[in-house]
Design a protein around this ligand. Structure first.
Ligand code: 6GU
Length: 242
C-alpha cells in the first residue's frame, strides 16, 4: 500500500520508522512518504493559516497550500487516492474502518492544525476523490498528526504479512464486537495470584467457553453500548451476559 501524509510537522512521524510499522515500511509492504505542507507555500513567511471568516478564536488553514499539495499528490489524470482528514468533527474511527483502509491501494492524509482546514479544500477534493473526515473520539487534539499515527498503526497491522501470527487478528478486542477476555502467561502463581485453573486444564472446549463468558461479562461492564449492538442471532444459549 502507498500512503502520503501532508503536515506542517513532518517530524511527528519519526515513530513510523519503529517497531512493526517500521518493518512494514522497510520490507515494502507499506510505502509511506511524509510531506511538509510548507513546500507548497510561496511567501517569505511560508504562511499556512489566517483568521476565520465570521470571527471566532483561533486560526484556519488557508486553501492555497492545501490545493497545491493535493494537486501534486493526487493529480487529476492519475487514479485518485482516498483522502483522509483527521478532525474531531469526523466519523468515528473504528476497527471496521481500519479494515476498509487496509484494503485501499492508496491513502492520502491531510493533517490540519488550529481550527482546521478551509472547507473549500475538502469540497473541491471531493470532486476528484473520496474524502473521509475521521475522528478518534470525543475529545479535542491540537491537530491531526497523532490521529494519523493511530490510524496507520491500526491499519498496518491488518496488511497481509505484517503480523507473524495472523490468528491473533481473530480473537482480539473488537474483532467480533466484544472486548477480549483477560490473558495470562507464566508463572502460574505470582505474588500469591493464580492464573485461572481452567486456562491450565488443557480442556480447549472449557477454555473457549470461559473466554467467551469473560469477554461478554467484561463488555457488559465496560462497554454496554457494544453489548447492546450485538446481533442476538450471534449469541448462543450458553452465553451468559451477567
Ligand atoms: Cl482526528 N483530530 C483532532 N484535531 N482532534 C481529535 C481527533 C482528530 N479525534 C479526536 N479529537
Amino acid at each position: 500500500m502507498r500512503v502520503d501524509i501532508v503536515s506542517i510537522f513532518p517530524e511527528y512521524f519519526a515513530p513510523l520508522d519503529l517497531s512493526l510499522v517500521g518493518r512494514a515500511r522497510a520490507n515494502g509492504t507499506l510505502r509511506l512518504v511524509v510531506h511538509d505542507l510548507r513546500t507548497w507555500t510561496h511567501d517569505v513567511h511560508r504562511t499556512v493559516d489566517d483568521t476565520p471568516y465570521g470571527g471566532g478564536p483561533g486560526m484556519v488553514m488557508r486553501p492555497e497550500p492545501w490545493g497545491a499539495a493535493l494537486d501534486a499528490l493526487a493529480p487529476p489524470e492519475a487514479p485518485p487516492p482516498r483522502l483522509l482528514v483527521p478532525s474531531p468533527a469526523g466519523v468515528p474511527f473504528t476497527q471496521a474502518l481500519a479494515h476498509e483502509l487496509a484494503a485501499e491501494p492508496r491513502l492520502l492524509f491531510a493533517c490540519g492544525r488550529y481550527e482546521g482546514i478551509d472547507q473549500r479544500v475538502l469540497d473541491h477534493a471531493a470532486t476528484r476523490m473520496p474524502v473521509t473526515e475521521v475522528s478518534l473520539g470525543d475529545y479535542v487534539l491540537f491537530g491531526g498528526e497523532v490521529a494519523v499515527l493511530v490510524i496507520l498503526e491500526a491499519m498496518t497491522r491488518l496488511l497481509p504479512g505484517v503480523l507473524g501470527n495472523a490468528g491473533s487478528l481473530d480473537d482480539e478486542s473488537h474483532a467480533h464486537g466484544l472486548l477480549e477476555a483477560p490473558m495470562y502467561t507464566k508463572p502460574a502463581t505470582w505474588r500469591d495470584l493464580e492464573v485461572p485453573a481452567v486456562l491450565r486444564s488443557g480442556d480447549h472446549g472449557r477454555i473457549a467457553r470461559w473466554r467467551r463468558d469473560e469477554a461478554l461479562a467484561r463488555t457488559g461492564r465496560r462497554r454496554p453500548d457494544m453489548l447492546a449492538a450485538i446481533d442476538p442471532g450471534s449469541l448462543d444459549k450458553r452465553d451468559v451476559t451477567a
